[in-house]
Design a protein around this ligand. Structure first.
Ligand code: ZN
Length: 215
């Protein structure tokens, strides 16, 4: 019995037309294989279906029990390949969707952001007086003002981020000072602001800063 349309559709979508064993994208050449052969009582439902490329299909299907050579693909092995690949495809789609559709980034995520590298002055505790006014205390921080705000998800909260406070070591301050005022690419790890001494919409623990013109 040929594969029912709905089984075929599910299998093609879940695999994204890539082979479940070697993971190559095969487009129109993808083939659906019965994990347990129909002749041996295998059903034509999704549980018994694995999308394979022609090469892996030949390997999995053409095994001569009367003249055994090599190592046969067992039904369990094929099912595990299939389940692992469907899960990987689904996870990749989830990550792509969260980045491209929602433009969401997460706490502790490694990122690479482009923006302008600025020094900004902020009010400080306990009085938080306007730091631009003569005689008032203030603190200067290094900020990355990014070109396109993103949605930042930390713990259970979510906020839009347009500027990030850069967290650096003493050596990094010295090394990256010459880039101040330029457009830069910053690599690092995202974190949330947790104290009154944190400014910007989020923190970025810096690994590296490069001139965006070199990018
Ligand atoms: Zn293959």
């Amino acid at each position: 019995m040929p594969w029912p349309k709905s089984v075929k559709l599910d299998a093609l979508l879940l695999s994204e037309r890539s082979c479940c064993v070697c993971h190559q994208f095969k487009g129109r050449n993808i083939e659906l294989h019965h994990i347990v052969a129909e002749a041996e009582g295998g059903s034509s439902d999704l549980a018994n279906c694995i999308p394979l490329c022609p090469d892996c299909h030949a390997e999995a299907g053409h095994y001569n029990l009367n003249h055994p050579r090599g190592t046969k693909y067992s039904p369990d092995e094929l099912r595990r390949h299939r389940d692992a690949w469907f899960a990987a495809v689904s996870e990749r789609r989830r990550l792509q969707a969260s980045r491209l559709v929602d433009n969401t980034l997460f706490e502790q995520q490694q990122v690479r952001l482009i923006g302008s590298f600025e020094r900004r002055r902020f009010a400080v505790p306990p009085h938080f007086l306007d730091p631009e006014v003569e005689g008032n205390e203030g603190a200067t921080y290094w900020i990355l003002a990014i070109d396109e705000p993103f949605n930042f998800r930390a713990s259970s909260s979510s906020r839009s981020v347009a500027s990030l406070q850069l967290c650096l070591s003493a050596e990094q301050y010295a090394a990256f000072e010459p880039l101040m005022g330029r457009r830069v690419v910053v690599q690092g790890k995202l974190d949330k602001c947790i104290s009154a001494r944190h400014h910007g919409d989020a923190l970025l623990w810096v690994d590296d800063i490069e001139d965006a013109a070199d990018d």
